[in-house]
Design a protein around this ligand. Structure first.
Ligand SMILES: Cc1cc2nc3c(=O)[nH]c(=O)nc-3n(C[C@H](O)[C@H](O)[C@H](O)COP(=O)(O)OP(=O)(O)OC[C@H]3O[C@@H](n4cnc5c(N)ncnc54)[C@H](O)[C@@H]3O)c2cc1C
Length: 484
């Protein structure tokens, strides 16, 4: 709702969005431009920041996510809590939705994140039975529903779907994946098989272990969510460990089989059953004509850049995925406007071992790069793209294991012309090296392998590993000794 007490603000640097990209951009700007005016426009006063950074290699960093009130940002940052409504790129002014403020900028960075893609079959009659998980609000909704429900259908094969399947207890799950194996976004069929044990043992685990004694190889500090209703509305995307804050327990104890996986299929139709005792309210028909009854559907099929504002004047160029097209300095096609994080499309020529994936890691790296780039432009200094864009690196957790992904970990873009070297110890570790002509192109390290830094170096150096043969992953040989 607009009010008439419109105010005109002005700042040298304006950043929109209090997620990880916006906050890392603001922190970088505040560091490089301590005496300049910096303004953060954010929908929610609760912002997300990366803390406790642990470098596992040159470009591989594990970190915690902390929720803070925006007032904890550096003192030279002014904060306005409102939603961006419109950018007037001609006059370098932005307008806000609630209070109708106008903010004049010299340099602007858009970090509005992404929104969940919801299955196409959504319509007026079934929409209240389809849930996309993105932010605190959507998980609270999910948590409430799950406590009274017996069976859900989860659609999607990425990190969110995988974590949900692992974390949910006392509820039957029909998991619909479009691929031949689970968690394809992150791993290969071998690693998926390695995880299967965890899925099979799920029911046993949920009755015999507590949250505290579950195997968790990486201990990340758990961040706290503000439960104040007013501050809970659509904030930044959730991140690692998000599920630990919620009670993901359904109604049915002692289910004989908790998870059924439907491979290589998708949703054809979602209809509502007539109300009648004991019957599930929703009927899902899969593309292979299997019919599933359930209480509701969780759609975890990826995200779309969040462009929830209009633009007058010069328009953005967009990437093929609908994100704001940026170069390696995070500059958009519109002068003095930058973009970072999930909202942008990395439009530069990627190195051999880097590609874009909408993750915390890249949101933080891009936000910092945008901050550096804006400061350098203002100070008329020359800067170069950050080293982090040399090599794709991501640390996450799947099915209770630490998962480290490096370079072309799944043979991306290699046309199946690669050799894979594997070391698997059931229930302990899964290591896969992707090699082309004896040179390491990527790796998946699952479990507590301690190989992160060596592996990263081997990809960056492109050393010919042919002379070492299979010894590279021989558990009796410490490969770090070879190369240190
Ligand atoms: C359930 C879930 C689990 C995930 N797990 C992982 C994981 O384990 N590891 C990982 O690396 N990544 C994970 N991700 C992805 C990760 O959360 C995102 O890549 C990351 O948050 C992107 O950061 P961002 O700053 O670009 O966007 P966001 O974090 O989405 O922040 C966007 C900000 O912009 C604000 N905003 C939006 N529109 C406007 C507007 N018009 N005006 C003002 N403000 C606005 C929002 O309120 C928010 O503060 C997960 C995502 C989800 C949904």
């Amino acid at each position: 709702m607009s009010t008439s007490n419109q105010t005109m603000y002005e700042a040298k640097f304006v950043v929109v969005g209090g997620g990880i990209a916006g906050v890392s951009c603001i922190e970088t700007l505040a560091f490089f431009c301590q005496t300049e005016s910096i303004l953060l426009l954010t929908e929610s006063p609760i912002i997300k920041a990366a803390t406790n950074l642990v470098a596992l290699g040159k470009s591989l960093t594990r970190f915690d996510i902390e929720q803070k009130h925006a007032s904890n940002l550096p003192k030279n940052v002014q904060i306005i809590t409102d939603r961006l409504l419109q950018i007037d790129s001609h006059h370098r002014i932005i307008r806000t939705a609630e209070q109708n403020h106008q903010i004049k900028y010299e340099y602007l960075c858009i970090c509005t994140g992404a929104r969940p893609k919801i299955v196409d079959q959504i319509n007026e009659s079934n929409q209240k039975y389809i849930l996309g998980i993105r932010d605190t609000e959507s998980v609270c909704d999910f948590e409430k529903r799950i406590q009274n429900n017996r069976k859900i259908v989860i659609v999607g094969n990425g990190g969110i779907a995988s974590e949900l399947v692992y974390e949910l207890k006392n509820i039957a799950i029909e998991w619909v994946v479009k691929d031949k194996y689970v968690s394809q976004t992150f791993v290969d069929p071998g690693a998926a098989t390695f995880f299967q044990n965890r899925i099979k043992n799920k029911q046993t685990e949920s009755t015999s272990s507590t949250d505290e004694n579950r195997p968790r190889l990486v201990k990340r500090m758990r961040y706290t969510e503000n439960t104040d209703e007013t501050e809970n509305k659509s904030g930044a995307a959730l991140g690692p460990d998000w599920h630990t804050l919620f009670n993901l327990t359904g109604k049915c104890e002692g289910l004989p089989e908790a998870v059924r996986i439907h491979y290589q299929t998708g949703i054809k139709n979602i209809t509502i059953n007539p109300i009648c005792d004991d019957q599930f309210p929703v009927q899902v028909t899969l593309e292979n004509d299997t019919i599933l009854d359930c209480d509701f559907v969780v759609s975890a099929t990826g995200v779309l850049p969040n462009l929830n504002f209009t633009m007058i004047g010069e328009q953005f160029r967009f990437g093929p995925d609908g994100g704001i097209f940026v170069n390696e300095l995070m500059e958009s096609s519109v002068s003095n406007i930058y973009a970072a994080g999930d909202v942008c499309y990395a439009g530069w020529d990627w190195t051999n071992h880097w590609f874009q994936m909408r993750l915390w890691t890249q949101a933080r790296q891009m936000g910092a790069m945008a901050g550096k780039s804006m400061a350098a432009k203002y100070k008329e200094e020359t800067i170069y793209p950050d080293f982090c864009f040399e090599l794709f690196g991501h640390v996450t957790q799947l099915f209770g294991y630490q998962v480290v992904l490096l370079g072309k970990y799944n043979g991306q873009g290699l046309d199946n012309k690669y050799e894979a070297l594997l070391r698997v110890t059931q229930d302990k570790e899964y290591i896969k090296y992707v090699l082309v002509d004896g040179k390491l192109q990527g790796a998946i390290l699952i479990g507590d392998t301690g190989l992160e830094e060596t592996t990263e170096n081997l990809i960056l150096n492109q050393l010919d590993l042919t002379p070492y043969g299979d010894d590279i992953l021989n558990p009796d040989i410490d490969i770090e000794d070879y190369f240190d």
